[in-house]
Design a protein around this ligand. Sequence first.
Ligand code: SF4
Length: 429
Amino acid sequence: MSSIDSTIQRITKTGDGETCAPELADGPWTFDLGVPSYGPGASMGDVIPTGAPRQGQLPLEYQQASNEDLHARIIAAKATLGDRAVVLGHFYQRDEVVQHADFLGDSFQLANAAQTVPNAEAIVFCGVHFMAETADILARENQAVILPNLAAGCSMADMADIDSVEECWEQLTEIYGTEPDADGRVPIIPVTYMNSSAALKGFCGRNGGIVCTSSNATTVLEWAYERGQRVLFFPDQHLGRNTAKKMGIPTDLMPMWNPNKPLGGNDAETLNEAKVVLWHGFCSVHKRFNVGQIEQARAEHPGVRVIVHPECPMPVVDAADEAGSTDYIQKAVAAATEPTTFAIGTEINMVNRLAAEYPQHTIFCLDPVVCPCSTMYRIHPGYLAWVLEGLVRGEVLNQITVADDVAVPARVALERMLAAKPPVTTKEA
Ligand code: SF4
């Protein structure tokens, strides 16, 4: 199967931190040791928090094995394990890994997929850290969730840590108080994007808040405004802004919260008038898209249909024909009955896979530079073979466990989301 390894391009480093590098084609184990970093790829310029999980050295035999050897070893280990292990692959994951996935989907689809295999003792999550945490929160007690490379974090999720959010909440509560208005709506409701740590989901559960995905963000914000006068939305400012704007909220009622500044860099009056307070996080993959790329696509491909992910900045979403989650993009392409040219603004692995799956259409990524999600890219078949062969020996490697004091309230926030809108159907690979 094809790999983006062979098509990665060098991006010259500029003042605002461009990101890709041809070293991506080397084994990601090169970046597991030494100074902690997200590794080459879209998030390379982001600051990794102190204490972010680190991956120890992958045994040499897996580093040195050929792709063919790893492929055969993964197949053999899966055959031995049978129903005892299920492998989940995110849409943004590399093809060499995805081809071994029992389920392919977005983070929430995959967490739900795991629930459909109650006999599996191990859930091997080929995604990033917060996804494995969510799977563990929803998993049965006797199921172990495994993240093949512990360094597969998410730079966006890392942009909102629990201490900064607690501090923000304290400051906002001082301004707003806690008394409901005449309609019984509390001053503010916390909403966290699925792409956040379990600690933040737990925070929302404890404080009357809720989780959202990029598929149901509008439904979730409607839920929140029925119960609250305002929303604190974290960690992705773009999803929050794009969703609130779509609901008719003026952008001047959406101040951004910078945790490094008093009152997040705002005055009390602005915060009092706010309808949504946006955390200053972003996804470095989707931040790469810009309006110029859309203009170029339209000039070079008259009639092109431009679809972008709502994690893209607002001007990009406004300039596109459509914006939607990975599931939306997938379905939009699948539903096109006539040969169509699609310019897509999301992660390169998913776009390339769509292009291969639907050869009747012309499908390309809006970003001309092949630059994958750094952290998804950390999961190489070598790590998958390593954890699966560990399971064959009876050894659980790289287990992700969420403590009960976090998991219980996090489950409350996830259940509120499910009650606000039923879960999206899972898709078997
Ligand atoms: S694409 Fe962006 S939000 Fe998704 S895992 Fe990668 S860094 Fe995180």
